[in-house]
Design a binder for this molecule. Sequence first.
Ligand code: ADP
Length: 191
Amino acid sequence: ETFRLSAAAGAGALKLHKGDITLWSVDGATDAIVNAANGRMLGGGGVDGAIHQAAGPQLVQACRKVPEVKPGIRCPTGEARITPAFELPVSHVIHTVGPIYDMDRQPELLLKNAYENSLKLAKENGIQYIAFPAISCGIFRYPPKEAANIAISTARQFSGDLKEVHFVLFTDELYDIWRETAQEMLTRFEK
Ligand code: ADP
């Protein structure tokens, strides 16, 4: 399903899909998928594991080269880092770290920062099309409706020069919540 990111002429689109983000790409474009990583950036469970599996072992090598900002931490919560995508069909992977809902202070701000810093990094790297998973909605237990509100409002505010912002939702439940939230916040693209 497709929505307009703003009322402005020529504004970008927001697109929602159900499925596996490792299969997503836009033919012939500079595109990126976002990984819901952890601070170490060396792989993990959930979407992080799926992305590393599909990208092949060069991805973890590239992540290892990202400098540590403190011992063991390459990407603090709310920040974002970029690497090539290797065997994935996209040009880049943007790694971001969302909050652990029951543990981190100010989870709303940290989740907003994760989306915002990913979008800014995409823009700085000439990426035109970006796809996000539902950051923090798995192992990190963020309530999905609140996460959808933050994800879509931040995409609207910070989409910048991106042509399209996509969300690839892994479950029917998440897809329905994202669609309902987009219907509340945005207008549908008329074909
Ligand atoms: P976090 O630690 O940020 O919660 P998870 O990977 O546990 O990260 O979950 C984030 C979201 O990604 C969850 O909604 C999960 O269902 C989803 N997910 C897991 N695998 C994939 C995949 N291959 N493509 C898209 N989304 C996925």
